[in-house]
Design a protein around this ligand. Structure first.
Ligand code: GTP
Length: 316
């Protein structure tokens, strides 16, 4: 662009729908008037006419063309070429001259060729940008649980592995399981069960304190909280707070053996840093703790250190 022997050369890009110009880059020897619109419709200007018709526009005398939008008063002629790659119109190449005779068949053929080259480059850049965006979206989707919007098991596994390897402080893991969920599904239907799971997920997400905490769907009616830096006392307190919040939400459960509303049991396991801290040990400990909480009557928080099982009575 910079080396083109013309007073003004610009590339004006179209949006994805091809109905509006969204970006203009230009270079040249004479200044172009400030265009105060960052986005403008293809119904405007000679560039718009070029985009609408898909055909090059050669204007020998800009003053005689009603569509011409003046960028500099010394401009006399203009040539606007579509920038198109494999049928997709990306924008237009706009060349303006201060002479009357500048645009011959030969110079126009050169600009046609330049527009063709530019089209290939823009096409590649757009394909790369679209691929990158699609990859980001795919990566996002591959880490999110579709029902609850929480991190999914794959994401949890990744974060768990990283957190276990991190030598900084204790690592707490909470397994949260809805009580008598099968009966709730059987009594009120799976759609109602789904909505309860979503509400439980929101409560968990609101409890994942700190930037590095993670709320995830472990699987089925089991949710999980990964809480780096939390010792046993802090993890038990967070678990108990969550258990209470679930009760306070008062989601009706007419067939639970625990209470007339939805309750959860929570297993808590905390490991100090070191080689013995592995995801499988952390999961197994939280699973044992959850089992203990269920066995002790549900609607409670339990911790399961290797040597003993400590159940914290939820209603104490
Ligand atoms: N609505 C709904 N139900 C689910 C989903 N995933 C798993 N479930 C149900 O969750 C229930 C879990 O049942 P169980 O493992 O027997 O546990 P429970 O009935 O909660 O019993 P306890 O845990 O012992 O209190 C099953 O009926 C599953 O079908 C889901 O995405 N949506």
């Amino acid at each position: 662009m910079r080396r083109l022997p013309v007073p003004i050369a610009s590339i004006i890009l179209l949006d994805d729908g091809g109905t509006r110009f969204v970006k203009e880059v230009w270079a040249g020897d004479i200044p172009l008037a400030e265009i105060d619109m960052a986005i403008w419709d293809v119904s405007m200007g000679i560039a718009g006419r070029c985009a609408r018709t898909g055909k090059p526009q050669l204007i020998a005398d800009v003053a005689a063309d009603p569509d011409y939008v003046m960028g500099n008063p010394t401009v006399r002629s203009e040539y606007v070429v579509p920038i198109r790659h494999r049928g997709r119109l990306h924008g237009v190449l706009n060349i303006e001259s201060t002479g009357d005779e500048f645009f011959t068949a030969q110079t126009c053929a050169v600009f046609d060729a330049i527009a063709h080259q530019v089209a290939g480059a823009i096409h590649l850049a757009r394909v790369v940008a679209e691929l990158e965006a699609a990859n980001r979206k795919l990566r996002e989707l591959s880490l999110v649980d579709g029902l609850t919007g929480l991190a999914n098991r794959r994401c949890l596994d990744e974060r768990l592995a990283d957190a276990c390897a991190d030598g900084q402080g204790p690592l707490a893991f909470l397994l949260i399981d809805a009580d008598c969920f099968k009966q709730l599904n059987d009594a009120l239907g799976h759609l109602h069960g789904d909505e309860c799971l979503r509400r439980l997920a929101r409560l968990c997400a609101g409890t994942a304190t700190g930037d590095d905490g993670l709320a995830a769907r472990y699987g089925g009616d089991e949710l999980a909280l990964l809480l780096p830096g939390r010792d046993v006392a802090a993890a038990l307190a967070i678990a108990e707070r969550l258990r209470r919040r679930v009760e306070e939400a008062a989601m009706a459960h007419p067939v639970s053996v625990v209470a007339p509303w939805v309750t959860v049991s929570i297993g808590v396991h905390v490991l100090p840093p070191g080689p013995a801290r592995t995801p499988s040990r952390l999961l197994a400990g939280a699973d044992r703790a959850l089992y203990a909480a269920k066995l002790a009557g549900r609607n409670r928080v339990a911790e399961a250190p290797p040597s003993r099982t400590l159940a914290v009575d939820a209603r104490a």
